[in-house]
Write a protein that binds this ligand. Structure first.
Ligand code: SAM
Length: 232
């Protein structure tokens, strides 16, 4: 038990150290893969629970922006198979190449990847059922303008899901670079979105879902803000 706790402590400390700059250079994909893909991450990142909480359906399209090594992308691909697509988007060519090789190695045909620009994820209009960001938005400049542009990439019932570190988390970027949950919600509101979901089962991160405020893009089912705790 003690040994397990020490391993967890060492690896989470490494994650904190490695992911600690707002404009970090993520050029060396194999180096970052050792950080992002470390098995201990699953203990606090709970990736399968995150995917399950999104309630994805087969046939949907998920765009994972700032996907890195495809930690979530490959899981999204399985959740929307066989006809849906999961597309990992990153600004680092090394990360995109890593994801393409990963998809080939795993033989997951609906797991794709493409290169983007820092101010433009290059998503086609009405392409996405879900746009997902995990530990990315603090790297994005002019966030409100960036998020506003994403509205057109969503299908009419589309949503944006955000997982990011709480200010008080012992992991992730330095406190000054973290975006608090309240700041994140305020920025999405300024960009024309409303909060439609809040999941509270992650120990170090908040997990929020947003939909465009505009009636034409609102969820036809009248999705209201819902909160899901650890027991959901
Ligand atoms: C901390 S990593 C998170 C990787 C992945 N989401 C995960 O949870 O394992 C941040 C990633 O965002 C990418 N990134 C940074 N700024 C970006 C931007 N403006 N657009 C798209 N990706 C970006 C980086 O290259 C890096 O791969």
């Amino acid at each position: 038990m003690l040994a397990m706790a020490l391993v967890l402590l060492a690896s989470t400390a490494a994650y904190a150290q490695e992911a600690s700059s707002a404009h970090h250079c993520f050029q060396n994909a194999s180096y970052w893969a050792r950080v992002f893909e470390q098995p201990e991450r699953a203990k606090w990142q709970k990736p399968d629970e995150v995917v399950q909480a999104l309630g994805l359906k087969p046939g949907e399209t998920v765009i994972d922006i700032g996907a890195g090594t495809g930690y979530f992308t490959r899981r999204f691909a399985r959740a929307v198979a066989p006809n849906g697509r999961a597309i990992g988007v990153d600004i680092e060519p090394g990360m995109v190449a890593y994801m393409k090789a990963d998809a080939k190695k795993l033989k997951v045909a609906n797991y794709q990847a493409h290169l983007a620009q820092p101010d433009d994820p290059q998503v086609a209009p009405r392409e996405a059922d879900v746009i997902f960001f995990c530990d990315v938005l603090h790297h994005v400049d002019n966030r409100v303008a960036y998020l506003r542009k994403l509205t057109s990439a969503l299908k009419p019932d589309g949503r944006i899901a955000v997982v990011d570190f709480q200010k008080t988390a012992p992991l992730g970027p330095p406190t000054a670079e973290k975006i608090s949950q309240d700041e994140m919600i305020a920025e999405f509101k300024r960009a024309g979105y409303r909060l439609v979901g809040k999941h509270t089962f992650l120990p170090y991160q908040y997990f929020l879902e947003f939909a465009p405020e505009s009636p034409s893009a609102q969820n036809k089912n009248g999705r209201g803000a819902t909160e899901h705790g650890p027991s959901d």
